[in-house]
Design a protein around this ligand. Structure first.
Ligand code: FBP
Length: 256
């Protein structure tokens, strides 16, 4: 099979990443939104003015706002699977958009969530593996959201699972792994080490106090992650661009 050089630089700046995540409308519903941030163009504007190295959308938003996205020149990352939080039971998120569609829509990278530990882990691993093959054949980077979830991981140590998620990301061929920060900075450093040459970014989570968030960002960078794929903490903030600048200082100017 043909394998192109993976164009990671299109979604990184000096090897570091700051992605603006906006797939929560599907994952959580519009309860995450207010009058402003319910509009994808508001989010795109933050990504453009804040010079984010990527913006994460599901394909429906990309199809409807394609002109504006292209004009913004913010590198596009399309999330290929997703689920709602209305669904109960063992977590599974199946593929909704193909690599070919994503490329046609202008994606510079694709993303896919795997819930390791779920009863359906094997299906997601298999689907990811097909996506990885197709994307890499076109030189497209693949970002794996890896979240340990399901009844079998309920009582397991979260810090250890963070390292397990990173190792799985390396083994399955992800270029970047997106995980949640659980445990200490030392636990995270071990997780990053476990990811080997695969790069690690951290999700923001629910909105928290700015000081706490920035402390976490400093720890994340010190632990060796290349940056963040953050959503609610930025676009639910009253001044998302001011917060973005503070985050960027930590990521690119090593203000730690
Ligand atoms: P946030 O920074 O808003 O947490 O976004 C990160 C993210 O991974 C999103 O891409 C995704 O929609 C959401 O978190 C999923 O969160 P969860 O599965 O924990 O509800």
């Amino acid at each position: 099979m043909k394998r192109e050089k993976i164009e990671l630089n299109k979604i990184l700046k000096k090897g570091k990443a700051l992605f603006l995540a906006y797939d929560q409308g599907m994952e959580h519903g519009p309860t995450d939104f207010n009058d402003k941030n319910v509009n994808p163009l508001y989010i795109l504007d933050i990504a453009k003015k804040g010079k984010y190295t990527g913006i994460i959308f599901q394909k429906g938003i990309v199809e409807k706002y394609n002109e504006e996205i292209k004009k913004s020149k913010v590198p596009l990352i399309i999330k290929l699977n997703g689920k709602t939080n209305l669904f109960e039971g063992e977590p599974i998120a199946r593929q909704l958009c193909t690599v070919e569609e994503a490329i046609k829509l202008g994606a510079k990278a694709v993303g896919y969530t795997i819930y390791i530990g779920s009863d359906y882990e094997d299906e997601m691993l298999q689907e990811f593996s097909k996506i990885e093959r197709e994307a890499h054949a076109e030189g497209l980077p693949v970002i794996a959201w890896i979240y340990p979830r399901g009844k079998s991981v309920k009582r397991k140590n979260k810090a250890k699972l963070m390292a397990y998620a990173c190792r799985v990301g390396l083994e399955i061929g992800a270029d970047i792994i997106k995980i949640k920060y659980e445990g200490t900075e030392k636990d995270l450093a071990w997780a990053v080490k476990s990811a080997g040459k695969t790069k690690v970014v951290i999700a923001g989570g629910t909105k928290k106090n700015e000081k706490i968030l920035l402390k976490q960002v400093r720890e994340i960078i010190k632990a060796g992650c290349i940056g963040l794929a953050i959503g609610r903490n930025v676009w639910q903030n009253k001044n998302p661009l001011a917060l973005t600048e503070k985050i960027k200082k930590v990521i690119w100017k090593n203000k730690i």
